[in-house]
Write a protein that binds this ligand. Structure first.
Ligand SMILES: Cc1cc2nc3c(=O)[nH]c(=O)nc-3n(C[C@H](O)[C@H](O)[C@H](O)COP(=O)(O)OP(=O)(O)OC[C@H]3O[C@@H](n4cnc5c(N)ncnc54)[C@H](O)[C@@H]3O)c2cc1C
Length: 391
């Protein structure tokens, strides 16, 4: 049995990016995934932050975001953007996966069920041998459970929703906060080429998530479910497809979890398997694609534990900060204050630049500097000029 340099378990964005990078760096690679082409449960929004990390050519794009909005009760903060992209997870993932194959990675259409270490090599499914393993098989997949503890429920978001077959009229990506007051999470409405991708993302076990989403649907597109996967519009009786999807997303509530190494002398985890998702909003595609490449880079240097240094230097700051502040951010009092201040002329510009990923400088110190003016403006209900026509 030939021993390859790297076996990559999982061909999602993390695994395909890792397999491609490892092949391009001259390593021999086997990429294991039993499921392609497949559609992973996802909103399919490529985060504005780190957009340059994600290889998404025009043919893999379903739409370009024209704005991102945050709504809390009657206040809507709508930020025009020109960077975010919307993709379909079947198309984009298959594209990334084929790029890995083109770069030279071999593909094994098998689910990895066993991993054993024998004479310094990994034996996979009793058949294949590799010197190193890259685990990229998603949240609490086989490799996560093999190399580390499972991510416990208290550190997971439950995310689910529907592909609602109504053609969007605008490429506005919406985050709706406060639908379940005080609960940690949000509802989303993402426009796709021929449907809306709508859903909820809350701490696993939060009561009322599904009902909150159904209430939003009924407000936006009044109607009812007539059978599984069909929504009947009240206005004209039209029946539209409304297929359900759902899964878990890592969402660490404790920054110390990010201190735990996700690599060893001959293995490394990346993407959701490593828990590398922003704990506040659950965006993970940027960290999965870059993380996969950094995992391959570490192995190409002969030391998978270098991954710890690499990922920390690229994207750990946001993750630690988000894990520290998640409990505070979603409190009702914070939401009320945040939205009242966020729409003022003093702070909206900064919020917009942060949303677009364009803010340069120290956001925290700038915030404290602008805060007194924002408080004054909020007391007089002043709004930034870009928000004049919104509620
Ligand atoms: C409902 C929902 C909405 C989301 N929306 C967004 C969003 O809009 N923007 C964003 O940035 N993030 C979003 N996320 C998070 C994002 O989907 C993940 O962070 C991302 O998919 C992680 O990529 P990955 O490659 O690590 O894992 P995955 O995408 O989960 O890929 C894992 C791959 O491993 C394969 N696999 C599993 N087990 C095995 C095995 N034993 N052997 C071989 N192969 C295996 C699977 O077939 C799969 O192809 C969302 C998540 C959910 C659940």
């Amino acid at each position: 049995m030939k021993v390859v340099d790297v076996a990559v378990v999982g061909g999602g964005p993390a695994g395909s990016s890792a397999a491609r990078e490892a092949s391009e760096r001259g390593l021999s690679v086997l990429l294991f995934d039993h499921a392609h082409p497949r559609r992973k449960a996802c909103g399919g929004g490529l985060p504005v932050k780190g957009i340059e990390w994600m290889d998404a050519p025009e043919e893999a794009i379903e739409g370009h975001m024209t704005s991102i909005s945050f709504t809390y009760k009657n206040t809507k903060l709508k930020v025009p953007v020109n960077k975010g992209k919307l993709i379909r997870r079947d198309d984009w993932d298959f594209y990334l996966y084929n790029r890995a194959k083109e770069a030279g990675a071999g593909h094994i259409a098998e689910r990895v069920k066993s991993l054993e270490n024998s004479s310094g090599n990994w034996v996979i499914n009793d058949k294949y041998k590799a010197k190193y393993i890259i685990g990229a098989d998603g949240v609490n997949g086989f490799t996560r459970r093999h190399f580390m503890e499972k991510i416990s429920r208290e550190h997971l978001f439950a995310a689910a929703g529907y592909y609602l077959s109504i053609k969007p009229i605008e490429n506005e990506v919406e985050f709706i906060l406060g639908a379940l007051p005080g609960k940690e999470g949000y509802l989303w409405v993402f426009p796709k080429s021929d449907h809306y991708n709508i859903g909820y993302c809350y701490n696993a076990g939060t009561p009322g998530m599904k009902e909150a989403l159904h209430k939003l649907m009924d407000e936006r597109w009044p109607g009812e479910f007539i059978e599984n996967g069909k929504w009947k519009l009240a206005e004209n009786g039209e029946i539209v497809n409304c297929k359900q999807f759902g899964s878990a997303i890592p969402s660490y509530n404790d920054p110390e979890l990010f201190d735990e190494p996700v690599s060893g002398s001959n293995w490394v985890l990346c993407g959701d398997a490593a828990g590398h998702v922003n704990p506040i909003h659950g965006e993970g595609l940027n960290h999965a694609t870059l993380g996969g490449r950094l995992a391959a880079k570490a192995i190409s240097k002969g030391d998978p534990t270098l991954f710890e240094k690499y990922w920390r230097s690229h994207y750990s700051r946001d993750m630690y900060r988000a894990a520290k502040t998640k409990h505070r951010i979603y409190r009702s009092v914070f939401m009320k204050l945040g939205f009242a201040l966020g729409r003022t002329p003093a702070l909206f510009g900064m919020l917009a630049e942060l949303t677009r990923g364009e803010y340069e400088g120290k956001a925290t110190s700038a915030f404290w500097f602008k805060l007194p003016m924002a408080v004054l403006q909020a007391m007089f209900f002043m709004k930034h000029k870009e928000l004049k026509n919104t509620t």
